[in-house]
Design a protein. Structure first.
Length: 335
């Protein structure tokens, strides 16, 4: 789909359409032209000292100093059935380079939007004021919120800019694997994230198209190329599996998942239950969620079929477990 009918600002840059922007704002998103930011569930709980994200437990990320955002808020090549994001609003699968914002402008304006989203907590007597003050200066950036960030044509510049900020400790990038050329660009331009995630929700082409509902005809081949990229790139890599009871969850499928994950040989494999939240509740029932016991059972089946992987940790609240590659060992905690 071309961008000929996209909504452009007077300066020729892409903007999310006003109607969609209004709906995103009501859903507690911060919006700047084509980029979005949000305070996730765990960040807000951390402000109140009510818990931390599993990324804190697994990788040492400070939950309250994590900024989750996307430079491609309403752009994605897939329409995944489990997506909690408002993907029904996604209209386009192209982002012309001449029409996108400068990386520095994106970060500065989304930081301002993030502060606006945080502002109510400063008057909350139960909020940890020291954490709120620290949170104004993120140490971790999760490029994953909505849309597909690898569609943003200036992503290498964006990641390098984030790394240049004095408080930055880590940058995570989550991709659906539909833009392998961008992954190679990140490598060639010395702009790799600290940790690269590849969504891996199907062990074969048939299930891939059922679950991810891609709009590109060669989507499976693109994803496989991204998976192969993981096996040789010089940065931390993660395969993330979202289990949906009626679609991709059975112990028999664990062997099939293991067979394909072996191609990417990632440092970590995160196995997470689908969560019945956000816009996904309009597509799937709550029965599609798995218990932590079922997640662990599947994870242990994966461990059985994969040589050189061992259970590293799990989070009961988030219904997620992680396997670590013992052959390509890296310290899980980011120092």
């Amino acid at each position: 789909m071309s961008c000929s009918d996209e909504y452009y600002a007077s300066n020729g840059l892409i903007q999310i359409r006003p109607r969609i922007r209004e709906q995103l704002t009501k859903a507690k998103y911060g919006v700047y032209n084509h980029s979005t930011v949000e305070l996730c569930h765990w960040t807000k709980k951390s402000f109140l000292n009510e818990g931390s994200c599993y990324k804190h437990k697994f990788y040492g990320i400070d939950t309250h100093r994590c900024m989750e955002f996307s430079p491609a808020g309403m752009y994605c090549e897939n329409r995944c059935i489990y997506c909690w994001r408002p993907m029904e609003f996604y209209e386009h699968i192209e982002m012309p380079e001449h029409a996108v914002d400068d990386p520095k402008d994106i970060v500065e304006n989304l930081l301002a939007e993030r502060y606006r989203l945080m502002s109510g907590y400063f008057g909350n007597p139960d909020a940890d004021k020291a954490k709120l003050k620290e949170a104004l200066m993120p140490t971790h950036y999760a490029i994953s919120l909505s849309g597909e960030p690898t569609m943003y044509p200036r992503l290498p510049e964006l990641i390098k800019y984030l790394k240049s900020l004095k408080n930055t400790r880590s940058v995570f990038l989550v991709t659906n694997g539909q833009e392998p050329e961008m992954l190679y660009r990140l490598e060639h331009e010395d702009a790799l994230p600290t940790q690269l995630y590849l969504s891996t929700n199907a062990p074969d082409k048939r299930l891939f198209y059922i679950i991810n509902k891609p709009r590109l005809r060669d989507a499976w081949d693109r994803w496989l190329e991204s998976l192969r990229f993981l096996s040789r790139v010089n940065t931390r890599t993660v395969v993330r599996i979202t289990l949906i009871r009626s679609y991709n969850y059975s112990l028999a499928l664990a062997k099939d998942f293991a067979d394909i994950i072996r191609i990417g040989d990632p440092h970590f494999i995160e196995v997470k239950s689908y969560m019945h939240v956000g816009n996904s509740i309009n597509r799937l029932s709550a029965d599609e969620m798995l218990s932590i016991g079922e997640v662990l059972e599947f994870t242990k089946a994966l461990e059985y079929w994969l040589d050189g992987y061992a259970l590293y940790d799990y989070s009961i609240q988030s219904r997620v477990a992680v396997l670590q590659n013992t052959r390509r060992y890296v310290d899980p905690i980011i120092r």
